[in-house]
Design a protein around this ligand. Structure first.
Ligand code: NDP
Length: 516
């Protein structure tokens, strides 16, 4: 099953209510809210056959025809925003605001963006050549959709980071199979239903619910894999894809540093540090994971941050808008990991200024936590925590902050806070990360024109911008000879006189050392 229109034993948005399959929990309450099918390799192969059969018809609609469907879906997302928010909140435990502002809003922007920009990014590009051998010919670079794209997504943003990558793949003219995390499949099924209602042809978008094995089976079936998740699983996906030489794009983990310089506007820096480390319970790949603060402002900054974190209301987000700032965590083993990082830091001498305990009851909660007196012997500063924690380290100067910020296997994003924006930018440019901000963090994700991708162990390739859609295509170079002699000078037969003349020409063109 799993395409929205071909559900079996299912409720309206495609998940079975009969107790069979994979249980989906509400992490804030521990209650099982649905079951979804666990698709095996044969079922995935069947989805792939259907996707491949449907793709040429979708491609034939052209950019304009596809845009119409995507724009209808943009409106559908706004008309159904409440329903989407409720679904996301129920399967992730995140707050109403996190679901609305970081997910529904992203979908609204992305459907409009790709509907409008796909033709421009994928249109034929005329190329001029510097080669005398080719002058006069028409040269064009063009993009052909790859066919069937497999998107494998994580649980932290079921819409933005799972379904979101399907939008440009569809805009390019591909069929797509999305394998959402087994923790959070319901949002993907709801989006499939929306696309169906908006007129997307049958089987162009399908959802393969299941576990790791379903994801692995999908890698075997598709023409390209867009994977978002942990670095360890990203490596496994790439290894598997290598067997069939299937291209991959990987958006992986991060340990994003924030640097606060002595001349920073401390109130803004503290607000940003708190929001961008605690939002979504800290379960954001580009969240602030660690903070380096110059000595003269360290204590004042720590005091401000601690006060603000103490004021955070955490709890079951089912109260709706404005009820809590931080909701539940989504994945039980993640709570264990956060606890392990905090305990490791505590044992090695860190001070826990607020928080530092998991929540009681059945829901998955860990208190918003501020750690001081931390260093790089502690896992909270070197490994991805992916939870509501903010470790803050005192540094002598900006150079020490940079050295420590770059002392990481990851390189997803980073930020620098300073009133001197010129110096702030100079320092930000020296961060080894795919996206950097000055006096901001994370918000670059909203600029769909900006490529977003990791350096080092944080990924391969990128989403957004031109590469965010071209990666779903095969590039073709076209050369057309319109006016030509019967035989070009370089063709057979070789003659001494012609070769000498060509040699002189080469020396004239490239032998003078000043012409490049
Ligand atoms: P995982 O790597 O555990 O899982 C990601 C997806 O891969 C899930 O759908 C999972 O299925 C599936 N999967 C697991 N094993 C395999 C396999 N062998 N072959 C194919 N698919 C497989 O990541 P999480 O879901 O735990 O997500 C959290 C991670 O994602 C964090 O490290 C975070 O930093 C990263 N992330 C990166 C982002 C970026 O843009 N760079 C954005 C968001 C998150 P199942 O869940 O059913 O096991």
């Amino acid at each position: 099953m799993a395409s929205a229109d071909t559900t079996t034993a299912s409720s309206a948005n495609g998940h079975s209510a009969d107790g069979a399959g994979i249980p989906v929990d509400n992490p804030a309450t521990g209650e099982v809210i649905a079951h979804v099918p666990d698709l095996g390799a044969e079922a995935v192969a069947d989805l792939a056959r259907r996707g491949r059969a449907a793709q040429p018809g979708w491609l034939a609609l052209g950019f304009e025809g596809r845009s119409r469907v995507l724009l209808r879906m943009q409106k559908w997302c706004m008309d159904n925003a409440g329903r989407i928010v409720d679904t996301i909140v129920s399967e992730t435990g995140k707050t109403h605001e996190d679901a609305l502002l970081s997910e529904v809003s992203y979908a609204g922007g992305a459907f409009g963006f790709w509907a409008k920009e796909a033709a421009g990014y994928l249109g034929d590009e005329k190329v001029k050549t510097s080669s005398v051998f080719v002058k006069g010919r028409k040269l064009v670079v063009r993009y052909e959709p790859l066919g069937l794209i497999g998107v494998i997504g994580p649980w932290n943003y079921p819409l933005t980071n799972s379904f979101g990558d399907c939008i440009p793949a569809l805009a390019a003219g591909n069929a797509v199979i999305l394998k959402p995390s087994e923790q959070t499949p319901l949002t993907s099924l709801l989006m499939a239903q929306g696309l169906h209602e908006c007129g997307l042809p049958e089987d162009v978008f399908q959802v393969a619910t299941g576990r790791a094995e379903t994801g692995a089976a999908l890698v075997d079936q598709v023409d390209m894999v867009m994977f978002t998740g942990s670095t360890a699983t990203g490596k496994a996906v790439m290894e598997r894809a290598a067997r069939t030489l299937t291209p991959v794009s990987l958006e992986l983990g991060g340990k994003d540093p924030m640097i606060v310089l002595r001349d920073a506007e401390l109130e803004r820096a503290a607000n940003a540090a708190v929001y961008y480390s605690m939002q979504n319970s800290g379960q954001t790949c580009i969240s602030v994971e660690r903070c380096y603060v110059e000595e003269p402002v360290h204590d004042a900054f720590v005091a401000k941050v601690t006060e603000k974190v103490r004021a955070i209301r955490q709890g079951d987000p089912s109260g709706g808008a404005g009820s809590v700032e931080v909701g539940a965590m989504t994945f039980a083993p993640q709570v264990d990991l956060v606890e392990a990082h905090v305990e490791d830091a505590r044992r090695k001498g860190a001070r826990i200024l607020t928080g530092g305990r998991r929540g009681a009851g059945r829901g998955l909660f860990y208190e918003p936590t501020v750690l001081a007196d931390v260093d790089h012997s502690m896992t909270c500063m070197t490994e991805e925590t992916f939870g509501p924690t903010l470790p803050i380290m005192k540094v002598r100067d900006a150079e020490e902050a940079l050295r420590l910020a770059n002392d990481s296997p990851y390189g997803l994003s980073g930020s620098v806070f300073s009133k001197d924006v010129v110096r702030g930018e100079q320092i930000a440019r020296r961060l080894q990360a795919g996206s950097v901000c000055v006096n901001d963090a994370m918000i670059f994700y909203e600029a769909l024109e900006l490529p977003m991708g990791g350096w080092k162990a944080s990924g391969l390739g990128s989403r957004h911008g031109a590469d965010g859609i071209r990666k779903y295509t095969a590039r073709q170079s076209v050369l057309v000879s319109r006016r030509h002699p019967k035989r070009d000078i370089h063709m057979f037969p070789y003659r001494k006189r012609t070769s000498r003349m060509l040699g002189r020409m080469l020396r004239f063109l490239y032998g003078r050392g000043d012409r490049g």
